[in-house]
Design a protein around this ligand. Structure first.
Ligand SMILES: *Cc1c(COP(=O)(O)O)cnc(C)c1O
Length: 422
């Protein structure tokens, strides 16, 4: 019995595409297995038991489950110390806590990866006035633009670091809404080494969003000092219903904790309210779920490549995040693609995404998301700014088999409406 209507020619194309996925799927499985063992051993080393799931209220003093989770998480990502909490409201908030926790008035931060992710612009205060931004607190921002091919300009970074004393070097691992390649952990390690060679005291902070558990190592294991990310992306394993993490050098994480709660109090407080179990469970599943999302991305790349579209990364490329871009060429195709994805989602499948204005963007945005957790992008989701080259950014998939349906329905919708040929 078939539950979804898809064209026979498309099914045949998908079969072939899956054959091309064999090698990358094997590689993904081996990384998933490695990271799953890394996470499992951290649980075992810390003797986690059911009693760690107990909810604390009020100030949350002596919350053993919360404190142990921070030990476990640190071990999972190769950090000295971590904060992992439901109290972080988003990835942007988590990065904001890290930036304000580490920078002081008069300091200058240098972004090594061009213009940062859209939601950080207001935090930095670099596009005009922004009340409460880093700029408002007399913290200066400078950036080294990426080269024309979208890779970091190592020479320009070296020159900048030789000229001035920077308190922080900031690296964004994932491409965000740009079409540049995401940065491998190896490349991030090279950048950190360059910073430390020229300016050992400069703090290297990494925006690690969408990168956790995609490779066998994390940025803090290759010379970066501290990193941050969201729990409704990779590190929450599709189970955490909100939250974020900061992980890295102990004294730096401590500074961030003073900004998260209050100076002098730091990580000692924060009621877990019963969220601890889902954070443990999400972390436990995260390497596997990230593997499923990666398989979804690879399959989408293979299928849409065979339909004639430009995809990035390529099917067999080494990956460092869960994002797949597909250049669809026109707004009609973007809309059909997103509606197809939405129609194959477990939640809100009946909704038809429409492009609309979003604060901070210079064009309309269309988003497909039929998720158990609102805005979760470790669940299958697709979004796109309606501008040249009309690229869709696809990510997530809690399990490959259901996410594959979404990808197939995206192609089906485009085929039905005559946007592509087989
Ligand atoms: C998702 C993301 C963030 C944080 O975004 P939130 O929506 O606030 O969680 C920051 N940087 C990058 C590169 C991201 O992908």
């Amino acid at each position: 019995m078939s539950f979804f209507k898809t064209d026979e020619r498309l099914e045949a194309l998908a079969e072939k595409a899956l054959e091309n996925c064999e090698k990358p799927f094997k590689e993904i499985d081996s990384i998933t297995e490695y990271n799953t063992k890394k996470v499992l051993s951290a649980f075992i080393n810390n003797s986690i038991s059911e009693s760690h799931f107990a909810a604390s209220t009020g100030y949350g003093y002596n919350d053993r489950g919360r404190d142990s989770l921070e030990e476990v998480f640190a071990q999972c990502v190769g950090a000295e110390s971590s904060l992992i909490r439901h109290n972080f409201v988003s990835g942007t908030h988590t990065l904001t806590v890290a930036l304000f926790g580490l920078l002081r008035p008069g300091d200058t931060m240098l972004c090594l990866t061009g213009r940062p992710y859209d939601t950080l612009i207001g935090v930095l205060g670099i596009d005009g006035e922004s009340d409460g931004s880093l700029k408002d607190f007399k913290i200066n921002y400078e950036q080294v633009d990426l080269k024309a091919d979208g890779t970091p300009d190592m020479l320009a970074i070296e020159q900048a670091l030789k000229q001035k004393n920077y308190k922080m070097a900031y690296i964004q691992r994932s491409k965000g809404y740009s079409l540049r390649p995401s940065l491998s952990v190896e490349k991030i390690g090279e950048m950190a080494a360059l910073v430390k060679k020229l300016s050992p005291k400069t703090i290297v902070l990494v925006d690690n969003c969408y990168g956790e558990f995609v490779e066998k190592t994390e940025p803090v294991e290759v010379g970066c000092d501290i990193m941050a990310g969201s729990l409704i992306k990779n590190a929450g394993g599709g189970i955490a219903s909100t939250g974020g993490y900061i992980a890295g050098k102990k004294e730096l994480v401590e500074k961030c904790s003073y900004r998260l709660t209050a100076p002098g109090v730091g990580a000692e407080v924060g009621a877990s309210l019963g969220h601890t179990r889902e954070l443990y469970m999400g972390l436990f599943s995260a390497p596997h779920v990230v593997g499923e999302a990666l398989k979804t991305a690879v399959f989408a790349a293979a299928l849409f490549k065979s339909l004639g579209y430009k995809v990035s990364p390529e099917v067999d490329a080494k990956r460092t995040d869960i994002i797949q871009t597909i250049e669809l060429g026109n707004p009609e195709s973007l809309i059909d693609f997103c509606r197809g994805i939405q129609s194959g989602s477990p939640i809100d499948s009946f909704a038809a995404p429409e492009p609309s204005e979003m604060p901070g963007y210079d064009c309309d945005i269309i988003m497909a998301a039929g998720a158990f957790t609102l805005g979760s992008s470790i669940e299958l989701s697709a979004d796109a700014p309606l501008r040249e080259p009309f690229a869709v950014f696809l990510q997530g998939g809690l399990n490959f088999h259901s996410a594959k349906v979404g990808v197939m329905l995206a192609a089906q919708k485009m085929l039905e409406n005559g946007r592509c040929n087989i």
